[in-house]
Each structure stands twice: as C-alpha cells, then as structure tokens.
Ligand binder design. Structure first.
Ligand SMILES: Cc1cc2nc3c(=O)[nH]c(=O)nc-3n(C[C@H](O)[C@H](O)[C@H](O)COP(=O)(O)OP(=O)(O)OC[C@H]3O[C@@H](n4cnc5c(N)ncnc54)[C@H](O)[C@@H]3O)c2cc1C
Length: 447
C-alpha cells in the first residue's frame, strides 16, 4: 500500500491532520490501532474495566502504581474523555515562541468552527462550590450536541474529505529508507495481524508496510513516544523523547452528605425525546470550574503563584464510568501551572511528575477548599487529570513545523509536541496546534 501522507492515530490531532492534508490535495491514509466503535452517548467516560475502546498504560506516581486509560478508537481519547473544551490563555503560549499566540489563535478559530462546543447549565454541586468562592467560577464548554458526544472524527470527518481510514491497524514502527534510524522515513510497518486481533501492545511482529514520503505521528503523548523510540530515535540520535512530560496533578476530596444528598442516583441523566433511557445523555461531569491563585486567594492571581482549578464533578464517577465500583461524590483540586516534570521510560512506563513543591501547593489548596466547604479533615486522594503532554516537544524533538529535527519525512502533531502544558485541559489546545501544524504542512506540500 502507498499514500502521499500516512497519519498514525485517529485521535483529535490525527483527524485534524488527515482532513486538512486531504483538503490540500494529498492522498492520505489514516491508520488507527483501535477496531471498536465508541459509544456516541454524551457524558459517558468509557474508560472502566471491560472497555473495548481504551489502551491501559502503567504509570507511577511516587510509590503508587496507576493505570492510565487512553482512547483506542476513532476520535482517540476525545471519544472517552470528559469533553471539556477550554482555550489556552495567550500568556500560556508566549514561551512557545513569538509566532505561537497568533498561530494558536488561528488554529483555535478553525477548531471552534468544526467542534462547536456548547455550555451547559450549572449543576447543583458546581453551584454549591461556586458559592464558597465568590467571583471565581467559569463555565466550561462541552464537545456535545444534544444527547450525542461530538468527537474530532465526527467533526473533522476525514472520510468526507477523501481520507482512506483503516481501523485495527496498529503501527509497530517506522520504516527507514536506508535502514538506519534517523535518515529518511519512507513509511510505517504495521503490527502483524495476530497482534492487531489480540490488541496486545507489545507484540511488535512486523506486518504490512505502508509506503509514503510523509509520516505524521498523532498517536498521543504515550503512543507517539513509543513509536519514535521503537524506531530507534531517542537519546542516541539527539532526540530527548519522553524525557520531560507534564501533567496537572490532582487530588480528590469527598463531599459531605449534605451536598451528596442533592445528587440522587438518577441525577445526571437527561432524557432526550426519541432515545432509550440507556442511551440518553448524561449531564457533563464538569459544567463549571473554580479558579484561584494560591498565594492570594481570593484576590487577583500573581503571575507565578500556583494556580488552582477546583473541579466540582456533577455526579459520582461511577455514574459516568461503566464498570467501576460505587464511590462517593468527590471534587477535584488540580494544580494548573506545575513545576515538576515526569518521564516515559523506554519500556513505556509513565513516571508522572512528583515534585514536592507541587505537592505542597496542591495539598495547601486542598486544605483551603476543605475549609471553605466545611469538609473537616477530609483526606485528599491522589489522582491525575489525564492531561499528559510534551513527550516530543517543539524546540527539543520537533521544530516549529512539527518536523522531527534532522529527520526527513517525519512529523509529530499531537499532544506530544506541546512545549508547555497550558493552564487548562489540553484538548482544545491539541486541536488548535494540530490545525496550526496542518496549515503549515498544507502550505509547504512536502508530499
Ligand atoms: C479519561 C480522559 C479524560 C480526559 N478529559 C479531558 C477533558 O475533559 N478536557 C481536556 O481538555 N482534556 C481531557 N483529556 C485529555 C485529552 O483527551 C487529550 O489531551 C487528547 O485526546 C490528546 O489527543 P491526541 O491526538 O494527542 O492523542 P489521543 O487522543 O491519545 O489519540 C491517539 C490515537 O492514536 C491511536 N494510536 C496510538 N498508538 C497507535 C499506533 N501505534 N498505531 C495506530 N494508532 C495508534 C490511539 O488508538 C488513539 O486513537 C482527557 C483524557 C483522558 C484519557
């Protein structure tokens, strides 16, 4: 098989790249490892045990072992995520380079046209928490239309632009023109059919080769790092792959019975005419967030002060994640400008950032929240925002066009390339950056 462009991964970034390059005249093949279709039910986070649409990655947070689920389906993690869309602030982008605030703004406008996220009414939990932090609440938009989730695959519709989409096609490694890693990339090697059918991610037996002049990796922060490394790129070739990843650390606080009582077991299911109850939309897990700066709460935030995002989850997580044990209603407290970096090891294990300065800020913030809400001595439960980024950063592994430095025919355009994590969930930023990188490639037409 041959194509002008091979895009690896049909997550948010992959759908953007595939559509835009096809619109620019390229014959594009989009390869997606997953072969199950995600539920279109808005509000559902199908990441629990038994999900057919995620890959689970081992992670360590200090001494704790966690599993990180990542979408493995058309739409990627955007098909299983909370769907909250918040734009990065221009000040988040200044350190990326002088042209990025403009490029991001243009990319975001194009992403907004396609995704058209919508606001939801404030739910009772958010209202309760917002009342304790006057003037600090912000609405967060959701990628949904009525009872349906809108994924990037829905919104960018790669097949509608002529893209050839193949599911159950897991790329095992890149192919090099002269056999040596880091020269010219001339295609990708799919995992043998046995590995695809079993979904076993360490089965890297070679299968079909897809030949091309241009490969764009959009396999996500963990997936793209694995592919670069499995193909021989890393420290030895001067590419610090996976060495400085970022995440928004989060702790969870249990809410008292008074708040939990407002949230009956049926709360959160919005019946839509013409749909079965089991298919009805769920309310967004997060309709609003509360933001404050740690040093000066509740006044204006100093630029370098730790910035906190309080996430009043509308329902207990077992209402929206199938298969998990019943759990209390909790709210999240996250640090949005962490100092710490983590890494992804060569064997794929994710070491989440574990910086004591961040932990101190986070637990101090949790104490403020517990105090304001009268939670008593609530014990924070360590968690993670699922916002991992930066395994192939612009300026370190790829240049400002997304091209892997010193390598011909190979680009990365997903959450891996974010030079720093913005002070919000990364979904919208990933889409905006993908649009910006796609616009550059479409202008250059290197195929
Ligand atoms: C549970 C969860 C909840 C989240 N909630 C939010 C939220 O509410 N708001 C927010 O802003 N962000 C949220 N995020 C983060 C957001 O979803 C991600 O930042 C975003 O999806 C990253 O997009 P991506 O294109 O980089 O990669 P991904 O979404 O990870 O997509 C990568 C795609 O590549 C495919 N792939 C991987 N390896 C291969 C391979 N070797 N061959 C072929 N295909 C491959 C995968 O199957 C997948 O489809 C959440 C993430 C998770 C996991």
């Amino acid at each position: 098989m041959r194509a002008d462009v091979v895009v690896v991964g049909a997550g948010p970034a992959g759908c953007v790249l595939a559509r835009r390059l096809a619109e620019a005249g390229a014959d594009v093949v989009l390869l997606e490892a997953g072969d199950h279709v995600a539920s279109p039910r808005a509000g559902l986070l199908d990441v629990g045990p038994g999900s057919h649409v995620v890959t689970r990655h081992q992670a360590r947070l200090g001494g704790t072992v966690l599993e990180l689920p990542r979408g493995r389906t058309l739409g990627g993690s955007g098909a299983v995520n909370g769907g909250y869309c918040v734009a990065a602030r221009p000040s988040d982008l200044v350190s990326w380079g002088p042209d990025w605030p403009r490029r991001h703004a243009v990319g975001l406008a194009r992403a907004a046209e396609r995704l058209r996220p919508t606001l939801a009414p404030m739910d009772p939990v958010a209202a309760r928490v917002a009342a304790a932090f006057p003037g600090r609440v912000s609405a967060v938009a959701q990628a949904r239309r009525g009872a349906r989730r809108v994924t990037a695959f829905d919104a960018w519709d790669p097949p509608g632009a002529g893209v050839r989409v193949r599911t159950g096609a897991r790329v095992a490694r890149l192919s090099w023109a002269d056999g040596a890693a880091g020269g010219r990339c001339d295609g990708v090697v799919l995992a043998a059919a046995r590995g695809n059918a079993g979904g076993g991610d360490d089965d890297n037996a070679d299968g079909e080769v897809v030949a091309t002049d241009l490969v764009v990796l959009c396999a996500g922060t963990i997936g793209s790092a694995a592919l670069l490394r499995n193909s021989g790129l890393g420290e030895s070739t001067g590419h610090p792959v996976g060495e400085r990843v970022q995440e928004h650390p989060e702790v969870l606080l249990g809410l008292p019975a008074g708040v939990a009582a407002d949230v009956s077991s049926d709360y959160g299911v919005t019946a839509h005419r013409g749909t079965e109850p089991r298919e009805a939309a769920l309310v967004p897990l997060l309709s609003h967030v509360i933001r404050f700066g740690l040093d000066e709460a509740p006044g204006p935030t100093a630029p370098e002060a730790p910035e906190i995002e309080v996430r009043p989850y509308a329902v207990p997580l077992h209402h929206v994640i199938p298969g998990v044990d019943p759990m209390p209603l909790r709210l999240g407290v996250a640090l949005m400008n962490p100092l710490g970096y983590g890494r992804i090891d060569a064997d794929g294990t994710v070491f989440l950032p574990d910086d004591p300065r961040d932990a101190a800020a986070l637990y101090a913030a949790a104490a403020i929240v517990a105090d304001r809400l009268g939670l008593g001595e609530a014990e924070p439960v360590p968690s993670t925002s699922q916002h991992l980024s930066g395994s192939a950063r612009i300026g370190e592994v790829v240049d400002h066009t997304g091209r892997v430095m010193g390598v011909d025919g190979l680009y990365v355009a997903d959450a891996s390339v974010l030079p720093t994590l913005p002070r919000c969930g990364p979904y919208y930023t990933v889409l905006a950056v993908a649009e910006a990188l796609a616009a550059g490639l479409a202008a250059e037409r290197p195929w």
